[in-house]
Design a protein around this ligand. Structure first.
Ligand code: NAD
Length: 498
């Protein structure tokens, strides 16, 4: 069986010790083993990073950017291979896997402009003969810990900016689909990145704890579920690190009575069921405003759901593929049963779905609940599967209140033709990213990504200029070049420019 090794110091390094299983979710079979590393493995990566980082930080930013340009071209050349590996370990369909890679590449494109983004500020003549200027310097060695659902995009969000800023980056990807992150690191090497600047260490909690406790790791970016995000944030910051930790989500789609329902149904089926609902920016909750809107929407949703095609990840006609593993499918099915027990109306039941010829695959059919109430546990928690819940709202105020009061605050969307309602909603809703007639409002790479409440711990967002801030520290220099004519000033009082 194929072994997936760490990528340390520019080479494959066997983890030895414990191993995890990597499945092909379409077949329901184990396809590889991944080493689950230890603090000793991390130590090897730290040695390589310590040796390489000072020279990388001293490499001028334009040269660092050139590596990013080369990498972008290499990823594009290898797109088919990367998408195939990604979909075979994750289960998302090939076109969606390419989208995963492309959204990551857009952050690499942003990183190609790093010389401009790193420029500091300067004030000439802040006082007599005095200039003040600031510079952004890399932190040193930094780390990223990533989830299974975007094995290309999220690592690239992190390492693209961090490495362009002059840091050495250690990536701990999800142990469920670890192959693409390793391929990306190999391509970065091929693009000209020195060994030790991008390394991949595999593992589970043991490796994560080693990263959290390593004194020489200056910052950690985490994306995953909320309880783990909170743990990473607490332990990482207690150890003196800069930490951003993004968590789970339960995004709402508000449908106003004046919305174009055909467009909404098209957007909603893609956003709720695409990638089998395994997206932190999925729309698993729809909030129609008014009974008529709810009834009309439900009527139009039913045939659209019936038309969804579920297939193996390489089926070019499939709308979505299997979920990541059997345990996750079981968890989703348990939530469906919980919804029934709580009294929601199960309109379409996706449990027990079986794909002919692929009976062992981890498939689950689309599921629709109506009359879901805010007090229900299935509403309050993240299901992370192809399950759409209708929560009927009486009016606009309730539609603003529902996502605002929810424990998660990642994304939200409003569908309306009324600019005033959309503007009010965007201004008032207590959620980090808002779509107006846009179902999955993931901001472009040169803006920033980040949720609120239990969807995000820490103050600084991913990518864009916030990413540059996260991966650098600011140094401010006040310099005086006297002309020799200075008279004796009182050196005992705090200097002012007055
Ligand atoms: P997860 O929390 O199980 O795993 C994320 C990472 O944490 C993995 O690398 C994993 O190895 C590690 N980990 C798991 N258990 C750990 C523990 N006990 N201690 C330390 N580390 C541990 O998340 P997942 O199932 O891989 O991904 C899905 C979750 O990620 C969903 O909740 C989804 O909403 C969230 N997500 C959030 C965003 C966002 O930007 N907010 C983006 C994508 C996914």
């Amino acid at each position: 069986m194929r072994n997936i090794d760490h990528f340390i110091g520019g080479s494959a390094v066997s983890a030895g010790g414990r191993h995890g299983e990597v499945f092909d979710p379409s077949k329901g079979e184990v396809q590889a083993r991944v080493g689950l590393g230890s603090a000793a493995d991390l130590g090897k990566a730290m040695d390589a990073a310590r040796a390489a980082q000072p020279a990388w930080a001293a490499t001028n930013p334009q040269r660092r950017a050139r590596v990013m340009f080369n990498f972008k071209a290499l990823v594009e050349q290898n797109m088919e291979e990367l998408a195939l590996i990604l979909s075979s370990e994750h289960g998302k369909v090939i076109a969606d896997a390419k989208g995963d890679i492309q959204r990551g590449l857009e952050v690499i494109e942003f990183s190609c402009g790093i010389p401009h983004a790193l420029k500091g500020e300067c004030t000439q003549g802040a006082g007599p003969g005095i200039d003040v200027y600031s510079m952004r310097q890399p932190l040193g060695i930094v780390a990223g810990i990533t989830p299974f659902n975007f094995p290309a995009m999220i690592p690239m969000w992190m390492f693209g900016v961090a490495i362009a800023c002059g840091n050495a980056f250690i990536l701990k990807p999800s142990e469920r689909d670890p192959s693409v992150p390793v391929r990306l690191a190999e391509l970065m090497k091929e693009a000209g990145l020195p060994d030790g600047i991008l390394q991949v260490v595999h593992g589970d909690k043991e490796m994560v704890d080693a990263i959290l406790d390593d004194d020489d790791i200056r910052a950690i970016s985490f994306v995953g579920s909320s309880d783990i995000a909170q743990y990473i944030y607490s332990r990482g910051t207690a150890n003196g690190k800069r930490v951003q930790a993004f968590g789970g989500a339960k995004n709402h789609g508000i449908v106003m009575p004046d919305a174009d329902l055909d467009m909404v149904v098209n957007d909603l089926t893609g956003a709720a069921f695409g990638s089998a609902g395994e997206r932190c920016m999925a729309l698993p909750v729809v909030v129609p405003v008014g009974e008529k809107t709810a009834n009309d929407l439900r009527e139009k949703l039913l045939p659209a759901i019936a038309a969804l095609r579920i297939g193996v990840s390489t089926d070019p006609d499939a709308h979505y593929g299997p979920v990541v593993n059997a345990a996750h499918r079981q968890r989703i099915e348990n939530y469906i049963q919980m919804g029934v027990d709580e009294g929601a109306e199960l309109v379409v039941d996706g449990r027990g779905f079986s794909l002919q010829g692929h009976e062992k695959g981890f498939f689950i059919g689309p599921t629709l609940f109506d009359h879901v109430k805010p007090a229900m546990q299935t509403y309050q928690e993240e299901i992370f599967g192809p399950v759409l819940q209708i929560v009927r709202a009486d009016g606009f105020e309730e539609a603003v209140r529902l996502p605002s009061e929810h424990q998660y605050g990642n994304g939200v969307a409003i569908f309306t033709r009324n600019g005033h309602a959309a503007r009010e909603f965007a201004a008032r809703v207590n959620v980090g990213m808002v779509g107006i007639n846009v179902p999955i409002p993931v901001p472009v790479a040169y803006h920033t990504f980040g949720g609120w409440k239990r969807s995000g711990f820490g103050d600084i967002n991913q990518h864009g200029m916030e990413g540059v801030r996260f991966w650098t520290k600011t140094k401010t220099i006040t310099q005086r070049w006297p002309d020799g004519s200075a008279t004796g000033e009182n050196a005992f009082i705090i200097p002012t420019m007055g």
